[in-house]
Design a protein around this ligand. Structure first.
Ligand code: AMP
Ligand code: ZN
Length: 484
């Protein structure tokens, strides 16, 4: 066990790096907002989950005991919409993509959380919590729905830095929301609409709003006040802001001490997202021959608070970097060594170890940690070239590589076995691009060609093909497409 080291993480709430100090001895309780299982996760989603995975592995290697929760959102507007379009019940639809998520986790080697939970298993708890909010005057029922009264919680806006006055307060601006007291109030319980799943409640049949789901699940499993809450940067507002309001309005206690947000993964400067259609799933990439280790490397190569621009070329480079690490490991193992004095190498190994750990301890600087490992690789290769490595050096290098790999999970990964996570299903169960998304990508491809940006045009075409869309350029300059 290494000597204790102070770990600093950026806290979105205080907008500063803060030492991580668990409330109870070394036990850290952490909740991560998981996937909405209406479709496959894309690698933007997995950027967030890989960052969380690396953080959790690092904390454990530093002696912390973690209790972790990851949720799957299996009921919300998108779930209902997509299930209806696919002609399935919401439950069946969620089942398909929850299973796909489990395959993705296995493929990427993500640690299993202590609790992998689904929102629909906690509906009675959500109703009970909403009742407490209503009883305390923080929420009100209106036409079978229940809303949170934002004006009753003066701290609203602290996380996102949006002052309360700035949020629209004018009532009845949106015809769809006419039954709210104020436009900024948000829904806790949605009255039943025909064709939607519903649960009985004191306000009539309906279903929970998305935000209340995470508040209730996290507090039920981790307590009313816990250490860490993570998610992508898109969740700061309104999702996490609303979670704080719903939770603290009842408990009067700090809901979460440390808020961690992972910046976006971008494609051509835009956020990778399902609605823009500019995304890759893990199985898309696996079907193209990319490996779990390369994907993990790429996702970890940029510190989590900086945006990461995804390109297939970047992924190829990441795969090459993984190969260099593996080749170095093999070379070390095979080398015939005797005891050798090499003060310089000894110093380089120690420096790499310090830099590796110090980088991760300083707001999970994964890029710094990787750079330390490549420093080690260079020093090691040079010593091997000069026949100047001793047995003790090798042992120390292998120890550091093993520690690196226990956190990053890319060297000793059997990539071929990882593919087995998908069985025979490397082809999507259904086309993942909606018609509108295909049209949008085609329009962008046309624009790229007009600007003579053929690299981008080709990339967009590959993206479409990966999603099973065949694009044909006809002789009269028209573009036709069909699904494979
Ligand atoms: P969703 O399925 O949209 O609820 O997202 C699941 C998780 O992935 C959430 O924590 C999101 O914030 C995160 N996420 C979504 N898109 C991206 C992206 N492009 N880059 C990084 N994280 C993302
Ligand atoms: Zn959430």
């Amino acid at each position: 066990m290494p000597l204790p080291i102070e770990i600093h993480l950026y806290n979105t709430l205080s907008r500063a790096l803060e030492p991580l100090r668990p409330a109870e001895d070394a036990r850290l309780r952490m909740y991560t907002c998981g996937l909405t299982v209406y479709d496959y996760g894309h690698i933007g989603n997995y950027r967030t989950f890989v960052a969380v995975d690396i953080l959790q592995r690092f904390l454990e290697s530093e002696g912390y005991h973690l209790e972790t929760v990851l949720n799957l959102t299996d009921i919300d507007d998108k779930m209902i919409d997509r299930a209806q379009r696919a002609g399935r019940s919401v439950r069946e639809h969620a089942e398909i993509y929850a299973r796909a998520f489990a395959q993705d986790m296995e493929f990427l080697g993500l640690r299993r959380p202590d609790h992998l939970v689904r929102a629909t298993d906690f509906i009675p708890d959500m109703i009970a919590w909403i009742e407490r909010l209503v009883a305390a005057g923080h929420a009100y029922a209106s036409q079978g729905s229940v809303y949170f009264r934002v004006s009753s919680f003066p701290a609203y806006g602290r996380l996102s830095g949006k002052p309360l006055e700035e949020l629209q307060s004018g009532a009845r601006v949106d015809s769809d929301q006419y039954e709210k007291e104020q436009a900024r109030d948000f829904v806790l319980w949605k009255a039943h609409k025909p064709g939607e799943p519903a649960w009985p409640s004191p306000w009539g049949p309906g279903r929970p709003g998305w935000h209340i789901e995470c508040s209730v699940m996290s507090m039920k499993l981790l307590g009313e006040s816990f250490d860490l809450h993570a998610g992508g940067a898109d969740l700061i507002f309104p999702h996490h802001e609303n979670e704080i309001a719903q939770s603290e309005a009842v408990t009067g206690r700090t809901f979460v001490r440390h808020w961690l947000h992972v910046e976006f993964l971008l494609v051509n400067g835009e956020k990778m997202s399902k609605s823009l259609g500019n995304y890759y799933t893990l199985r898309d990439l696996a079907a193209q021959g990319f490996h779990a280790s390369g994907i993990r490397y790429l996702l970890a190569s940029v510190p989590y608070r900086r945006q990461l621009n995804f390109t297939l070329d970047g992924l190829r480079q990441a795969e090459a970097a993984v190969e260099r690490l593996r080749a170095f490991g093999d070379r070390l193992r095979r080398a015939t060594l005797e005891n050798a004095d090499n003060v310089e190498l000894q110093a380089a190994i120690e420096a790499a170890g310090l830099r590796f750990r110090g980088s991760l301890a300083e707001n999970l600087n994964t890029a710094g940690a990787l750079a330390a490992i490549f420093d080690l690789l260079r020093a090691g290769n040079q010593a091997l070239d000069q026949n100047a490595m001793g047995l003790g050096h090798r042992e120390a290098i292998e120890r550091l590589l093993a520690r690196f790999d226990s956190i990053f999970g890319i060297i000793e990964t059997d990539d071929r076995r990882r593919m087995e996570a998908y069985g025979n299903e490397l082809h999507p169960v259904e086309a993942t691009l909606a018609d509108e998304a295909v049209e949008q990508l085609l329009a962008r491809r046309a624009a790229a060609r007009l600007e003579r940006n053929y690299a981008l045009a080709d990339q967009l075409r590959t993206q479409l093909e990966t999603a099973g869309i065949v694009v044909e350029d006809t002789r009269d300059g028209q573009v036709r497409w069909r699904r494979k």
